[in-house]
Ligand binder design. Structure first.
Ligand SMILES: [Zn+2]
Length: 327
């Protein structure tokens, strides 16, 4: 699949997202140039952590990608109550862990796949003092192009040539099967699904010599526990980062909206491979995060993706962590 075709079709996540190169919609402008800094630095126990922005993914309309089966007036009411426009602008937040001599990336962003509004990781990474060749390990939470796209450079070369790449065995087997099963997805565009499968298979082929497949519950690199949270994809992985008694839960693509799927986890997202299972997993994990009061990192929630989950009515609420100063 060439880049132009993908751009023309829109891609991934809610594969129906449209990707205007420059547009103004509901007051949200699509940024096509990397922002000034794009780095957030913090610590967890003995670990040094960075969040690096890979850019953003703008959905011009909330529906049908979000809450595809819910009456529009109900969706509008929740958006209005939360001062949100009828569009969704998703961050692409990439977490980096420095642990002794290991430098670990959690997902790699979109690479060259989604155009100029994303794929900024390689340009932003040096601001952390880290060069691509220094990355020792990469955890891929699942096989979608906005998570794996950055594994390859613009000429198809490995962007992080020294890195071991960790992926769940379930996820690998799903994408390697002759025809991955999307029968429980709400996504309707067969051509698009075929293209995504082709892109993911091609990337997996290229990285195969560097791949390390893990099982549900695996503990790796002395700072990560990897748990399968199925639905968005079959091997979709939630990573708990731990050090010296502190924890941070990287929820990957459990949630794509700071409001809609918190208030109504069952309203769902059409980028989920198994719509129903994703909703059940989302509800169960949010329940657990609210109970445990753990610190959470999200790949697609507003920058820098750090916050907590709490109960609100019959649903949940995202409580974003605020910072007095930019880094
Ligand atoms: Zn994603």
């Amino acid at each position: 699949m060439n880049r132009r075709t993908i751009l023309k079709k829109g891609l991934l996540l809610g594969l129906s997202a449209t990707l205007p190169v420059s547009s103004v919609f509901s007051g949200i402008r699509q940024a096509t140039q990397p922002v000034n800094n794009g780095i957030h630095t913090f610590t967890l126990g003995k670990l040094e952590l960075f969040v690096v922005t890979d850019g953003h993914i703008l959905f011009k309309k909330v529906q049908p990608s979000f809450a595809p089966d819910v009456p529009a007036n109900q969706v509008k009411q929740v958006l209005d109550e939360n001062f949100l426009p009828d569009s969704a602008d998703l961050g692409v937040n990439i977490l980096i862990i420095k642990s002794g001599d290991k430098i670990i990336l959690l997902d790699t962003g979109c690479g060259t796949i989604l155009g100029d509004s994303s794929g900024w990781l390689l340009r932003n990474l040096p601001k952390t003092g880290i060069q691509p060749s220094q990355i020792t390990d990469i955890v891929i939470t699942h096989g979608h192009p906005d998570h794996m796209g950055g594994l390859l450079g613009k000429n198809g070369e490995l962007a992080f040539p020294s890195a071991n790449i960790h992926l769940s065995r379930l996820e690998y087997e799903f994408w390697q099967s002759p025809s991955p099963d999307f029968s429980k997805s709400k996504m309707k565009d067969e051509v698009l699904k075929t293209m995504v499968v082709k892109t993911t298979k091609k990337t997996l082929d290229k990285i195969k010599p560097h791949l390390h497949l893990f099982e549900d519950g695996s503990r790796i690199l002395n700072c990560l526990t990897l748990k399968i949270a199925p639905g968005h994809t079959p091997g979709h992985t939630i990573s708990t980062i731990f050090s010296a008694g502190q924890e941070l839960v990287h929820v990957a693509d459990l949630v794509h909206s700071p409001v809609l799927v918190f208030a109504h986890p069952e309203w769902g997202f059409d980028g989920d491979t198994d719509f129903g299972l994703a909703a059940t997993t989302r509800k169960n994990v949010l329940e657990e995060l609210a109970r445990s009061r753990q610190q959470v990192f999200s790949y697609h929630l507003p920058w820098p993706g750090l916050g907590h989950v709490r109960k609100k009515g019959k649903g949940f609420e995202w409580v974003q962590t605020g910072f007095a100063l930019p880094d």
